[in-house]
Design a binder for this molecule. Structure first.
Ligand code: GCW
Length: 763
């Protein structure tokens, strides 16, 4: 590589002029002072988007108070969820409380939400002799509530399935009331949150006729914050306070927090549960995929059972990440295996996993199953013992299938022996197993209760990647899409980066998938593959690698809350528009004032593209200094090729970028023909993926007319200046936002601005 190119590249990050200042200036919004949005100045952000401040529009408040006067949840306490832990309790001094039924959670949320927004208590009433009082909000299922049964037809309700809901304004005689109905208690809870969201975002609620249901069945989080801890609550953002680790869940806190370990339930677990239910997220795998076997020990299982108990009324099930070789861990003695017994077809191996899963299930009856990172980044797997991923995944899957559990087997593997191009390796390993003809004549070896969990792109959660070539290519296997919510490569807890548009880009990318005769499928966007509509998969899943920690605002950066919100909304309905989602989030989190909403939404909507521009523009991947994944270091060789910026940028005297066209590694050939052609040709590849697929000559002419080098410089500068604009624009909101949150975001934006052009000091 030509050494001169990289310093030149790096210099552009810092020395460019101010030609775009005018853009920033024209985008800046004029200031007119308005009343603050209704939170006390020391508000920490701890309620996420469930803040329920008084409705600021006086007319709307009057309308709401007229339309909503009572809460009716018949038999709310009848259907108690399972509770394993006899003496489950909240920590002393808690403000949240434990609920025992899902309908109770719905009722309590209405009491809290309506009370807050209407500025007066809304009574919980019973329906006397089947009559409904004018202004009631009636919640339930046909089974729980005679009123619901009468108000909505069975046919209409059947159409929304197990977890969907109807929200309707109904007139009966002289009474007008609202019905929130589900086929299950959980559906009714989801409908309740949807109703509250309408009011939080100041929409009319007097003529409702809403039917909604999720497109994807398992809408999950993998909570990784047991490792990188961007949401940890201490000064440097890298850990906890008072003996906590910085993770959201306390299993082994020490010192002042020793009494706050599970089974004790903390407020933040309940806030999380309510917030996740408000989005329709229905499962969380609580530990990092670089898994610690401690989570399978009896002591931990008892703690996990308490957590599961607390979350259960909100429809959130627990899962665990496990290590393939857990059976050999002496912590499970005397029930341990030797390496030679780790045969995935053997009864010892399967028996061990069945026993362990049974133990978990006896404490957590609705336990989801296991997530496995195998033969990846030092995690052990079947290949260490002479078997492939299909053998390993199916071995554990067979062990847990009788218990109704699933295995999420991650496809994030990049064994260097498979191919010189890291990006080709996963499909080369998994594709043939999916294609394999089975003894019964069907194709695909992976068991029905295995999901292959695949990151959105073929590298590793970079700010922008093309879609993973496996989407649509694994016709015979259940596939789960894994998106990163925690901002490992997108600014961590320092940068304001709204990822809704990134998720939207991924989900709405056309795979151009074809059927076995080479005919284009009719529905073939990534979202169609994931929701099963493209290839008729009955079981479907989407997973967000989440960002929850013990920070007061739960995510470290106030704006990281938006990424969790967006992920959840898109997991429920991937066709949603990320701008609309941002609007909802701003209204629910900051203010309903039009100018505030427009200003913050505008900041958010450009923030991801700005990050891409100042960090990895035009499709260049992974230019980060080793380890931290925050600061760029394009000249670095990190000890192995596929962790190294130089391997990805291939900078030399001819140009920049990784040739993955037919003249290079030909990753392009792993895509369906239409994309293969598009990506394989430097003239048709989208410019935002240019260097992903091509070694681009320095003088290559771009669509803008600029030479490649100049375009690169332009993009870097655009990104950097956008951050300055965001910092300046936030200042215009000083009088609109409560002081603590305003100041915390302001401080983060100052760091963001300093770090965008240079990467700042290593963080
Ligand atoms: O991006 C990489 C991260 C690892 C992570 C890995 C994975 C949890 O740097 O921290 O491991 O991806 O997805 O397994």
């Amino acid at each position: 590589m030509i050494r001169g190119s990289v310093p030149r590249l790096r210099r552009t990050l810092v020395v460019l002029g101010t030609a775009l200042a005018t853009v920033a200036a024209t985008l800046a919004v004029a200031t007119t002072p308005v009343a603050a949005a209704g939170s006390p100045d020391d508000y920490s952000g701890s309620d996420l988007w469930l803040r329920y401040v008084p409705v600021s529009d006086a007319k709307l408040l009057r309308d709401y108070r007229r339309t909503v006067t009572a809460i009716v949840v018949e038999n709310a306490d009848a259907d108690r969820v399972h509770r394993h832990t006899a003496d489950l309790t909240m920590a002393p001094g808690s403000t949240e409380k434990l609920v025992e039924t899902t309908l109770g959670a719905a009722r309590d949320e209405l009491v809290r939400g309506l009370g807050g927004m209407l500025g007066q208590p809304t009574p919980v009433t019973t329906a006397g002799a089947g009559t409904v009082r004018d202004g009631s909000v009636v919640v339930g299922t046909p089974a729980s509530s005679p009123l619901v049964r009468r108000a909505v037809s069975a046919r209409d309700l059947a159409a929304v399935g197990d977890e969907g809901y109807l929200v309707r304004s109904v007139s009966r005689g002289r009474a007008r009331f609202t019905v929130i109905a589900g086929n299950s208690d959980l559906g009714a809870l989801y409908g309740t949150f949807a109703f509250l969201r309408l009011m939080q975002t100041q929409k009319p609620v007097d003529h409702l006729r809403i039917a909604d249901s999720p497109k994807i069945k398992h809408r999950l989080l993998n909570n990784w914050e047991t490792e990188r801890l961007y949401a940890g609550n201490n000064a440097s953002g890298l850990g906890g306070l008072n003996g906590e680790s910085g993770a959201i869940f306390n299993f082994a806190a020490t010192g002042a927090s020793a009494g706050r370990n599970l089974p004790v339930i903390l407020d933040r677990y309940i806030v999380m549960a309510r917030a996740l239910a408000s989005l329709g997220i229905n499962g969380i795998t609580i530990n990092n995929v670089n898994a610690d076997n401690a989570y399978l020990t009896s002591a931990r299982i008892a703690q996990e059972a308490a957590l599961a108990d607390a979350l259960r009324p909100y429809g959130i099930r627990l899962g665990l990440s496990i290590r393939y070789t857990a059976p050999t861990d002496s912590r499970f003695a005397p029930d341990t295996l030797t390496n030679s017994q780790l045969d995935p077809y053997g009864t010892e191996f399967r028996g061990w996993w069945t026993r362990r899963a049974q133990q978990v299930q006896s404490a957590i009856p609705d336990f989801m199953g296991f997530t496995v990172k195998a033969n990846s980044e030092g995690q052990p797997g079947p290949q260490d013992f002479g078997y492939d991923h299909g053998d390993g995944a199916n071995g554990i899957a067979a062990a847990v299938a009788p218990l109704g559990m699933t295995v999420h087997w991650r496809t994030f593997v990049y064994n260097a022996e498979v191919d010189n191009d890291r990006l080709k390796r996963a499909y080369l390993e998994f594709g043939p197993i999916d294609d394999e003809v089975q003894p019964d004549g069907t194709r695909g070896r992976f068991a029905d209760n295995v999901f292959l969990q695949t990151k959105n792109g073929p590298l590793d959660f970079q700010a922008r990647e093309p879609i993973h070539p496996m989407f649509g290519r694994m016709e015979n296997t259940n596939q789960a899409l894994e998106l990163q919510v925690t901002q490992e490569y997108t600014g961590q807890n320092w940068m304001l980066t709204y990822l809704g548009p990134m998720y939207e880009e991924v989900l709405k990318t056309d795979t151009y998938a074809t059927d076995e005769n080479g005919k284009l499928l009719r529905e073939r966007l990534v979202g169609n593959i994931v929701d099963g509509s493209a290839q008729h998969h009955p079981d479907t899943a989407i997973v967000g690698v989440a960002n929850l920690g013990n920070a007061d605002n739960l995510t470290g950066h106030h704006f990281s809350q938006a990424n969790l919100f967006a992920f959840g909304r898109q997991a429920w309905n991937w066709t949603l528009d990320s701008t609309d989602i941002a609007t909802d989030w701003v209204r629910m989190t900051w203010s309903n004032d039009r100018r505030v909403v427009d200003t913050i939404r505008t900041m958010m909507m450009g923030s991801w593209e700005a990050l891409v521009s100042y960090q990895t523009p035009l499709g260049i991947g992974h230019q980060f200094a080793e380890g931290a994944h925050y600061r760029p270091d394009p000249a670095d060789w990190a000890g192995r090729d596929d962790w190294s910026p130089v391997y990805y940028n291939k900078a030399d005297s001819a140009g920049l970028g990784f040739d993955r066209s037919p003249t290079g590694s030909n990753l392009a050939a792993q895509y369906f023909p239409r994309l293969q052609r598009r990506y394989g040709d430097i003239d048709s590849v989208p410019e935002n993926l240019l260097m992903w697929f091509h070694h681009v000559p320095w003088g290559h002419r771009m669509d803008s007319g600029r030479p490649f080098w100049d375009e690169l410089v332009y993009r870097y500068q655009m990104g950097v200046q956008y951050v300055t604009w965001m910092r300046e624009t936030w200042e215009t909101l000083r009088t609109d936002i409560d002081a603590r949150r305003f100041g915390e975001v302001r401080a983060k934006l100052a760091v963001h601005e300093a770090d965008a052009p240079t990467g700042g000091t290593p963080r």
